[in-house]
Structures are given as structure tokens and as C-alpha cells.
Design a protein around this ligand. Structure first.
Ligand code: ADP
Length: 307
């Protein structure tokens, strides 16, 4: 809702205030996620999902975000990807991205000028991602403790740079759960290199899901003419989704559960149905199946569905 509000033609002063709300919300979100991860680690409940990891792609997208922010400082960013590290590997894509983002955002946070170099390689068949920076570095006596929870190089770090000292502990734990590790080499005042090793197996013949997920942008004459049905039981989410769609010039019809969605589908034609999964009376999956079955019986054209 903050992002919606930021586009509503506010005064500069109001725009600044909304930015503060957004940034604080994001910070709180990041902090909560870190605390949840730490609790899961302590409870032995942190699990790794089996999925497809494209480390080269993760590095490229992290470079894109990083370059924007580095441009505001006197820092250049480079990326080197070894050809043998390209492709799809078996691992947890969300957790790999989390490790990469943590190392990269640290490099940016602790580097005020010079260079941040990202490198993806695969020596001896083991995937590796390294971030080298020319930042403040870490003294030899502190380096051993950095991977401990709630540990920062010195007490002034929180005041100067913020943070909680949880990111590295979580990243190392995640890498270890995937059979790898995170290590660091650093010289105070010169810079640091953080390296994550991930012994992930290559998925032969797999195509990048990222490439598949690239969708062509469609042109609509009058978005307001599109018939969009939203099935969502949570009143707050109903307002959020309605507001976001209305800002894009769309006028959705909102129903409260899967049964109401099936009824609305029978009574009218829709260009798009946005279906929540968990709802009372009838959940979204059951409702989607019911709609698909009736469609198949009628032999009509079925719009594509996506999870
Ligand atoms: P946070 O960044 O929230 O403080 P982390 O666990 O990610 O927590 O990092 C722990 C500490 O390690 C940081 O507070 C900082 O002292 C040190 N550190 C991490 N990355 C770097 C880096 N690239 N350069 C210098 N110091 C770093």
C-alpha cells in the first residue's frame, strides 16, 4: 500500500515521509525474517528445498540491483562468470539467492569507494561465488567470530552501518545445509573477500526456469474493459489487491471464497481469475479444478493457469 501511495501525486514532503515508512517496513521485514531463520536454526528446523539453482543468473540479477546502488557511491561493480559455472544445478534457489544477497549487500554496505567484484566459478566441479571488495576490511582478531550470531566486527558498526550481525551466521548455516560453506579473507583498511562454496549437482538437460518465466508484455487497448475476478477471503488482502489493480486502471470484482468464485465464473465471462489458495467454504485449488472440469465438459477455450 505504501508503494501505491507513493505514486498518488504526493508533495515532496509527503513523498519523503512515505519513503521512510517503506524503508522502515522493509527493514523490519528483513529483521523478522533473520530472526525467524535464527529460531529455525536453533530448533533444528531449517530445511533446504529441492529445486533448480542458476547461480550465474542469481549473480547477474544481483549485479543489476547492486550497480544502481553502487552508482550513488564511488564504487564500480564487476562480474565474471566462468562458462563451466553456467547452467542449472540442484539446490534451493531461494536460499542460494539469500546467501548471495547477504554477501553482496554487506560488500556494498562496508565499501565507500573502489570496487566490488563478483565472481562465479566452478573449480574441480564445485560451484563457487565470491565477492571481493575494497571496503573497510576486518581485523585479524575479529575475523574468527564474524560467523557467530549477533556478532559484528566492533561495537561502532551498528551505529555507523546498522545491521544485527545475523546475516553471516545464517548464510554459513544455509551453505552448510547444502553441503558447502562460507569463508572470508580480509585485511583491515584494504578489503575483504567472502566466498561461498556450493557442491551442487548439475541438472542435465534442465532449462532455465527463469528464461521460461519471461513473459512478453501485452498491449491492452482499454485495461478497464478487462474482466478480472479476484477470489480472496482476507479483507486486508482484498483492499490491497483491489487498490493495486485499480491503480493499473483495472476494475476487479472481488468474491470471498472458492464457491463464490465458481458461481461468478458460471454467471459471467472473465479474462483473468486471481485465486487465493487457502479460503473457507471452498479452497482455491478445489475451485480451480471445478472450473477446469466444467470447462472441459463444455469443450470451451480454457485460459492458461499458473500456480
Ligand atoms: P550485519 O551486516 O547485519 O552486521 P552480518 O552477519 O552480515 O551482519 O555481518 C557481521 C559483521 O561482519 C558485520 O557487522 C561487519 O562487522 C562484518 N562484515 C561483513 N561483511 C563485511 C565486509 N564486506 N567488509 C567488512 N566487514 C564486513
Amino acid at each position: 500500500m505504501g508503494r501505491v501511495l507513493a505514486k498518488e501525486g504526493l508533495t515532496d514532503r509527503q513523498q519523503g515521509q512515505v519513503e521512510v515508512i517503506l524503508q522502515s517496513g522493509e527493514m523490519l521485514h528483513g529483521l523478522l525474517n533473520d530472526l525467524l531463520d535464527v529460531s529455525k536454526i536453533e530448533a533444528g528446523k531449517l530445511t533446504i528445498e529441492e529445486g533448480e539453482v542458476d547461480l550465474a543468473e542469481v549473480a547477474r540479477s544481483s549485479l543489476a540491483t547492486l550497480s544502481l546502488m553502487a552508482a550513488e557511491k564511488d564504487v564500480t561493480v564487476t562480474l565474471e562468470i566462468a562458462p563451466e559455472a553456467e547452467g542449472i544445478f540442484r539446490g534451493d534457489p531461494t536460499r542460494v539467492r539469500q546467501i548471495v544477497n547477504n554477501l553482496v549487500s554487506n560488500a556494498l554496505k562496508f565499501t565507500s569507494q573502489g570496487e566490488i567484484a563478483l565472481k562465479v566459478s566452478r573449480p574441480e566441479g564445485e560451484l563457487r561465488f565470491a565477492v571481493r571488495d575494497t571496503g573497510i576490511g576486518i581485523s585479524a582478531d575479529k575475523i574468527g567470530d564474524l560467523f557467530q550470531k549477533f556478532t559484528q566486527a566492533d561495537p561502532s558498526i551498528t551505529r555507523r552501518f546498522g545491521g544485527t550481525g545475523l546475516g553471516l551466521a545464517i548464510s554459513r548455516e544455509l551453505a552448510r545445509l547444502m553441503g558447502g560453506d562460507v569463508s572470508v579473507e580480509s585485511q583491515e583498511g584494504i578489503g575483504s573477500t567472502f566466498t561461498v562454496k556450493l557442491p551442487l549437482a548439475r541438472l542435465e538437460g534442465a532449462r532455465s526456469t527463469l528464461a521460461v518465466a519471461e513473459v512478453e508484455e501485452a498491449e491492452f487497448g482499454d485495461p478497464g474493459a478487462l474482466r478480472i475476478l479476484v477470489a480472496e477471503d482476507n479483507p486486508v488482502n482484498q483492499i490491497v489487491i483491489q487498490t493495486i489493480l485499480q491503480q493499473a486502471g483495472l476494475n476487479p470484482v472481488v468474491v470471498n471464497d472458492g464457491q463464490e468464485a465458481v458461481n461468478a465464473w458460471r454467471e459471467s465471462d472473465w479474462d483473468l481469475i486471481l485465486m487465493d489458495a487457502q479460503m473457507p467454504v471452498m479452497d482455491g485449488l478445489t475451485a480451480t479444478r471445478a472450473i477446469r472440469q466444467e470447462e472441459a465438459r463444455q469443450g470451451g477455450h480454457a485460459p492458461p493457469s499458473s500456480p
